[in-house]
Design a protein around this ligand. Structure first.
Ligand code: FE2
Length: 104
């Protein structure tokens, strides 16, 4: 078990901050799993194996989304920023600037 997610003395961190840290680690692990499946799928020649890995990757999308939603509910500024960026059409960098403005 890794405790690398803590960069401050753990006994000084609130329960809320420790939960936040765990969920950030979980989010990064889900992102890694998505990446690993993406690479495996791209090289797999067996059709059935590929379909199973695609199904598994879909699960990781869901896990990533649930972790992200949990974190956004803890951080209204983060949520306000992403509301201006996610699921929008247009230039992503400009949307990012809008997100920054919305968070101020
Ligand atoms: Fe997962």
């Amino acid at each position: 078990m890794s405790f690398d997610q803590y960069h401050e003395p753990v006994n000084e961190l609130s329960d809320e901050t420790r939960t936040f840290a765990r969920m950030i680690v979980s989010l990064t692990e889900e992102a890694e799993a998505i990446n690993w499946y993406e690479q495996r799928i791209s090289v797999e020649k067996n059709k059935d194996a590929k379909a199973i890995m695609e199904n598994a990757q879909q699960e990781e999308f869901k896990h990533f989304g649930m972790d992200l939603e949990f974190l956004l509910r803890q951080k209204p500024v983060w949520q306000a920023t992403l509301k201006e960026i996610l699921f929008k059409k247009g230039d992503i960098v400009n949307l990012g600037k809008k997100g920054e403005d919305a968070a101020e």
